[in-house]
Write a protein that binds this ligand. Structure first.
Ligand SMILES: [Zn+2]
Length: 460
């Protein structure tokens, strides 16, 4: 007994914080870590995400947190750390380490410099998603240091390859290492975030996304000399088929999550758009209203329809040769209640030409996460209490993230962020001069932790 007591005393003396005391996250430490993390070259392709794994593993070693790593291919590493807890469904904090390439000539600082300038921290990934990762990590470390008992495990995962579809990261993990996430019931991932509209902080929580359906359209015909055109050629047939697709305006539909999201911010919109946000079903039979919305915000308009963007085209390698094949690629994005196979069949009917072949390059299944969960409630309660006038709004994303891998497994996944971003910062995501406002980032560190406290302990 005495020996045991002595051991406890020793443990308490070694612990950085006394057990049970709430530990505040350290926003300055998170910022410093982000600057270091931005300097690691994980541009995809090729990715080299194992460099990020080494960076994170060293932190978990220092903190004494258990973790596992895996490589889906050489250099394509991912890492999953775990805080043990009770038998409630686990919470996974998910982010990706790879970033898209950057054109250094167009940046005011080198894209991998992690440089501070005029109150911003610059670097490819500052928002997407190395910034989110360091916010999640600081919350995860603070939870660990607090020593508070958890009634559910909390996981932190940084995965590879999200920018190229996640097949060497989250997609590989759910198929090849399912035991790593077998107890997960909730995922907090990228895809949501805060914006000030007027003077109102609006936090969108992404609960579903449009389904990408990437298609290749191929026309075949008889080759020949450009000087002697035949009646038909592969390029001519292709152009005719593509015109039918691009001129097609797929019927508008209003999903409940889209209607709810639009109504929630109606009063913040320009006067000519406000009536459509107040009563979005008016858009269904008002083509001019849809055009006004599309001119103002192509992204908002895309939430109302299936869309297909023509993005790639190819034909002959020589100007005087009529090729036997011409091809194009279509980036179609479907509302989550569209059946991709039915959609493809409709495209075939629309094109109506046996010389044209459509093949699927990539496609996902759709799923929507409910807002009727304790985690959604925690986000709502915390943010509306912490920031005057703040709104928390469910949203459908036009793009996709790794969340679909988890929604496919019936796991509730939200795209969620606590940094209030300006329009100028959003343009840096996949664009030039990606940067995050330092004060907004630091505030985001505190808010993220408060949301987790609310969810895990019922109160801060
Ligand atoms: Zn991303």
């Amino acid at each position: 007994m005495l020996r045991k007591l002595a051991c406890f005393a020793l443990l308490a003396a070694l612990a950085p914080h006394s057990f049970g005391a709430p530990a505040a996250p350290d926003a300055d430490a998170a910022l410093a870590r982000l600057a270091d993390y931005l300097r690691i070259d994980t541009i995809n392709p090729p990715g080299n995400e194992s460099l990020a794994v080494a960076f994170l593993a060293a932190i978990f070693e220092t903190e004494g947190i258990a973790y596992e790593t895996f490589e889906a291919a050489p250099g394509r590493g991912s890492i999953v750390a775990r805080l043990p807890g009770g038998d409630q469904l686990a919470l996974l904090l998910l982010n990706h380490s790879d970033v898209v390439p950057a054109d250094a000539n167009a940046w005011v600082v080198p894209p991998l410099s992690g440089a501070e300038r005029d109150g911003y921290l610059y670097g490819r990934g500052a928002i997407d998603t190395k910034g989110l990762a360091m916010i999640q990590l600081e919350a995860f470390l603070a939870l660990h240091r607090s020593g508070r008992a958890l009634d559910r495990p909390v996981l932190f995962a940084t995965t590879a390859d999200e920018e190229a579809g996640g097949y060497f990261g989250a997609g590989w993990m759910v198929r090849q290492r399912p035991e790593l996430i077998a107890d997960v019931g909730f995922v907090l991932n990228e895809g949501g975030g805060g914006r000030v509209q007027g003077s109102t902080p609006v936090f969108s929580v992404e609960v579903t996304q449009k389904i990408p359906l990437w298609l290749r359209v191929t026309a075949r015909g008889t080759p020949g000399h450009g000087s002697s055109p035949r009646v038909r050629s592969a390029p001519d047939d292709l152009i005719r088929a593509l015109a039918r697709v691009t001129e097609q305006r797929f019927a508008p539909r209003l999903l409940p999550v889209v209607a709810e999201g639009m109504k929630a911010v109606a009063d913040l919109k320009a006067p000519h758009l406000r009536p459509f946000y107040e009563a979005p079903d008016r858009l269904l039979d008002d083509p001019e209203g849809r055009l006004a919305l599309r001119l103002d915000s192509p992204g908002a308009h895309a939430l109302l329809r299936d869309t297909c963007s023509l993005t790639r085209l190819g034909g002959s390698l020589k100007i005087n040769v009529i090729p036997s094949q011409a091809w194009a690629e279509l980036d179609c994005r479907l509302l989550p209640d569209t059946d991709p196979d039915v959609f493809m069949a409709e495209l075939e009917t629309l094109i109506d030409d046996p010389a044209i072949q459509i093949t699927k390059l990539m496609g996902f299944t759709a799923a929507v996460s409910s807002t009727e969960t304790a985690l959604y409630g925690a986000m709502e309660d915390t943010l509306t209490e912490a920031l005057a006038e703040a709104r928390v709004v469910p949203a459908m994303a036009t793009g996709f993230t790794d969340s679909h891998f988890f929604r496919d497994l019936d796991i509730t996944a939200y795209g969620f962020g606590t940094v209030l971003l300006g329009a100028d910062e959003l343009s840096g995501v996949h664009g030039h001069n990606e940067r995050v406002n330092i004060e907004a980032f630091k505030a985001g560190v505190g808010l993220y932790y408060q949301v987790l406290e609310q969810f895990l302990f019922g109160a801060p």
